[in-house]
Design a protein. Structure first.
Lengths: 589, 366
């Protein structure tokens, strides 16, 4: 087992306590640390996800998260190159984030070997898949004004904008300006002026080059383009977008973000002038570092139910009591500093429960499960904790001489928040990864019999499947394009595939519940093929179990369903359908 | 009012302070082994790299020194790392001069130097990080002056996936570790497809910890078997439960030669009728790591001497839990029991005592 709370260094503890002494009883705030905690959460999520397994199975064991892949800056718009250069400059190397190459990295051929270490041919950037994803995390806060779309509205998490009523607009403008908002935007007030686009809006943003819409386009091209170098280039852009998305999603596991509380970010971390920041961020960085994120074991005997990767919206904002989205879970169970109830005088003769109820009105927006049975403990007392019925500290309290009680967040509360929210944020990241890289539907391809059996009864809508031949250089040639009905098992006969020893790639395409296109590929290789002979380092994510190991699809009892509709053939160059095809549009067998 | 004071203080710091040095955070390491030397993230740093087995110096080892910054008053972002590369001399020694932080550029927000990390890499050996050990434990022996880096020779059973995940190699090591990538992909895939859970635990150093003789732990050491500690019939005798249990492994942590999690799942009942037991015996990271797990699992529960010297008791309506450490036998046990199966904490304690009294039944299965 790895240590969970590695603060045995007294210096480390003192460093934290110094900050805590300053912030205790005053405003403070928290988000995950961009140098250690965010990259560590992404690192852990990628290693725990099925991403690697799917890619390895689809690529003949040649492509995984440690594979180095390249991005060609010459093929990028200037603005994107600038974004990437800024992110590479800001990237924390100690988290394994960075890339070799780029403009000017290659000195002349006569230069000493030592100066060639960062050189990659053609000015390309090169890094491992894992490092590209983590660079996306840095990209998402470069410049830091991008952090403004990591918040949600206090009263409506799905609202397209959010505001912090605690701060005057002038302060917010100054803060945004310091965080890198262009001066012109500050002057003409087109930038952040107390109301900004929310995380919910960013998830749907069609313009931001790193938002999910653009990322899905890149991932789509990474699957569909016939040219392996284009697929690799597009994959890297998709990986960067994935890192950016994970950053935004993980921030929704921070109460200040989930409660639209920017005021909470203006807290002194030390007595040093200007040293303002985020106490829980500092807490998580100091206590957990990169290598010991909390992994509390479930108290119940059965493991917790994982978030179903149905849509980004659901992962972030689902309000189902059984499976809450991350923002909903965070906002409804934890306080942020500026959304704490105001100080109040409390009669010491009240019971501990009644005293707690004084603070826990509907305006707290906490779930009844957190507030019912809550107590002040100990009570009456000069200081203690506002605890849930299960003993979880929601806030600390302090009583002044006049009997007025002030709530605040301290180390004990931060520890509780981190222990719940860090693993929850990693879990949400896992759900995102599984959503972005779906498995292909179960299928059986019988080359000799020219027969393809598909099981499309999963929760993803597949609108078409393309059969491609992949040559030894990774170049794919389309053989057949079949329009498919949704939600059915079907068998397609007389495929008319040419006789070939090359691998056959099945490219599945559709539209996901977020309304965005998705693609997944699976590769079927001839049984006698030497897998090493056609290694091409381009991912072709596939189903968990490769086709060769798949049992044949279950034969339905309904004879009509057993024969299934035959797919409609399209022209190879026809663009993918924007919507899944209804069964009525599909020719019957 | 407090919010307003905080905001006023923030506004008072509006001077951009061009030319000011960054704020220095306190280092996590000490100056020297005797702790009398003052430590600073800036350095300088020096030490020697040696072979852990022979104590012979290792020359030509690559050292990557990284000083990492963040920036911002308010929302903070990463502000890059200053990275320098060094190579050990014939005596395995290295000297890293003190870092001189750059003054802030015009328009740049306040910066903080938040970390110094040292990564050592030499092919044929397990690498070194100044903040964590290969086995996943936080490193506490890194010192600024006269540091000793003992590299262990690479074993065939070591996992390249674990190694690269541990090293988090910066770009400066990218080419040096390139030869490991393919093997790392294969190792991670193997661990994800052969281990029972797909949780990634197999990729963690502790889960692939190899025995000193370099043999496969699953074939040589066997797997810990916790089943004899708490047979279902013994549970039923003590709780009065008339139904049946289905015995399963808890899937969230990989079963190893030092860990087994067993799930007694009540058939046709809710999880409030379930019982689970997690057992660690001779864990490679020591009982401290198990204790930290208990503390994380049972927050705000103070240990008592109820069953052993270190016993944690958690009581709630939904679930009751008893955890204890047996230092003499190097065993840690965490027993959880649903609120319907264990109607009170005393019932859970009775089960825990039964487990404690039968710890000698703990065995390994091949």
């Amino acid at each position: 087992m790895r240590a969970l709370m590695p603060w045995t260094s007294s210096r480390r503890l003192c460093a934290w306590l110094l900050g805590l002494c300053v912030v205790a009883g005053s405003d403070s705030a928290h988000a995950w640390d961009p140098v250690e905690t965010h990259p560590a959460m992404v690192h852990d999520a990628v290693l725990q996800s099925s991403l690697h397994r799917r890619w390895m199975e689809a690529s003949g064991q040649t492509f995984g998260i440690f594979t180095a892949v390249r991005l060609d800056p010459h093929a990028l718009p200037e603005a994107i190159v600038r974004d990437l250069q800024a992110a590479l400059e800001a990237a924390p190397a100690n988290a394994g984030i960075g890339a070799l190459g780029g403009f000017g990295a290659c000195p002349g051929p006569s230069a000493p070997p030592a100066t060639q270490l960062r050189c990659i041919a053609g000015d390309q950037w090169e890094a491992s898949v894992l490092a590209w994803i983590k660079l996306g995390v840095t990209l998402e806060h470069t410049p830091r004004v991008r952090l403004l779309h990591h918040f949600v509205d206090r009263s409506d998490p799905r609202a397209m904008t959010w505001a912090d009523p605690e701060l005057p607009a002038s302060t917010l403008r100054l803060l945004a300006r310091r965080a890198g908002m262009p001066l012109a935007s500050a002057v003409n007030r087109t930038g952040f002026d107390g109301r900004a686009a929310s995380a919910a809006a960013w998830l749907r943003d069609p313009e931001d080059p790193w938002a999910p819409a653009a990322m899905r386009q890149h991932l789509q091209k990474a699957m569909t383009d016939p040219d392996p170098s284009v697929r690799e280039h597009e994959l890297v852009l998709g990986l960067l977008g994935m890192g950016a998305l994970l950053h935004v999603i993980q921030d929704l596991g921070v109460p200040a973000h989930a409660r639209g509380d920017l005021t909470a970010f203006l807290s002194p971390l030390s007595p040093l002038e200007g040293d303002f920041g985020l106490p829980l961020q500092e807490f998580a960085r100091v206590y957990y570092g990169q290598h010991a994120l909390p992994r509390p074991l479930p108290l119940g005997a059965r493991p917790p139910v994982a978030l179903p990767p149905t849509s980004l919206e659901a992962i972030a904002f689902a309000e189902d009591a059984a499976v809450q989205g991350l923002a909903t879970f965070t906002a409804s169970r934890f306080f942020s500093e500026s959304s704490l109830p105001k100080p109040k005088a409390v009669d010491p003769r009240l019971s501990p429960q009644a005293a707690a109820a004084v603070f826990l009105g509907a305006e707290t927006r906490l779930l009844p499960a957190e507030t019912e049975g809550a107590v002040l403990h100990p009570w009456p007392a000069p200081r203690g904790y506002l605890e849930t019925a299960r003993g979880r500290p929601l806030a600390a309290f302090e009583t002044n001489d006049a009997g007025q009680i002030t709530l605040f967040l301290d180390e004990v509360v931060y520890r509780d928040q981190a222990l719940h929210l860090v693993p929850r944020s990693v879990e949400a990241s896992l759900a995102v990864l599984d959503l972005l890289f779906p498995s292909a539907p179960p299928f059986t391809l019988d080359r000799a019999g020219q027969r393809l059996s598909l099981d499309l009864t999963g929760n993803r809508s597949v609108s078409r499947v393309t059969l491609q031949r992949e040559d030894a250089h990774g170049v794919r040639t389309t053989l057949r394009v079949l329009q498919l009905p949704a939600e059915q098992r079907l068998e397609i006969v007389d495929l008319g595939l040419p006789s070939t020893e090359d691998p056959i790639v099945l490219l599945f395409e559709g539209v996901d519940p977020d309304g965005l296109p998705w693609a997944a590929t699976a590769v079927q290789r001839p049984a006698v093929e030497d897998a090493a002979a056609s290694k091409v380092p381009v991912p072709t994510p596939t189903r968990d179990t490769p086709a060769a190991k798949d049992p044949p699809p279950e034969v339905p009892e309904d004879p009509a369903e057993a024969s299934g509709p035959q797919g409609e053939e399209l022209e190879p160059d026809e663009p993918p359908a924007a919507e899944p095809t209804s069964s009525g549009e599909t020719p019957q067998p | 009012m407090l919010a307003r004071l905080g905001t006023l203080a923030w506004l008072a710091s509006t001077g951009m302070g061009v030319g000011c040095a960054p704020i220095l955070r306190a280092p996590e390491f000490v100056g020297a082994q005797d702790r009398s030397t003052e430590a600073s993230l800036l350095g300088p740093f020096d030490g020697q790299v040696i072979d852990a087995t022979t104590s012979e110096p290792i020359s030509g080892a690559t050292l990557i020194a990284m000083w990492t910054y963040d920036e911002g008053r308010g929302p903070a972002g990463a502000a890059g790392s200053h990275v320098e590369t060094f190579v050990t001399d014939a005596a395995g020694r290295y000297k890293i001069p003190a870092h001189k932080p750059q003054p802030r550029r015009a328009g740049q927000d306040l910066t903080r130097l938040v970390a110094f990390d040292l990564v050592v890499y030499k092919r044929g050996y397990v690498g070194y990080r100044s903040d964590v050990e290969f086995e996943g434990r936080p490193r506490h022996d890194f010192v600024q002056r006269h540091n000793r880096v003992a590299l262990r020779k690479w074993r065939e059973t070591d996992s390249h996936a674990t190694h690269l995940a541990f090293l988090r190699p910066p770009a400066e090591l990218h080419k040096l570790v390139a030869w490991e990538r393919e093997a790392a992909n294969e190792a991670l895939y193997r661990s994800q497809t052969t281990a029972a859970p797909a949780t990634g635990d197999a990729a963690r150093p502790d889960a692939t910890d190899a025995p000193p003789d370099g043999k496969d732990p699953k074939t040589v050491l066997g797997l810990l078997d916790a089943a004899p500690l708490l047979p279902p019939d013994e549970v039923k005798r003590r709780t009065g439960y008339a139904g049946e249990f289905a015995l399963k492994d808890l899937g969230d942590l990989t079963r190893t030669h030092f860990y087994h999690g067993l799930h007694l799942q009540a058939v046709d009942r809710g999880e409030d009728w379930d019982v689970a037991i997690r057992v660690w015996k001779n864990p490679p990271a020591g009982l401290d790591s198990v204790e930290q797990t208990f503390e994380a699992t049972l927050p705000d529960v103070e240990p008592t001497a109820e069953l052993t010297e270190r016993t944690w008791i958690y009581d709630s309506e939904d679930v009751r839990a008893v955890a204890f450490l047996d230092a003499e036998r190097s065993i840690g046990v965490l027993l959880t029991c649903g609120g319907s199966q264990c109607v009170d904490i005393e019932t859970a304690m009775i089960l825990a005592k039964f487990v404690f009294n039968h710890l000698d039944r703990l065995s390994e299965n091949p």
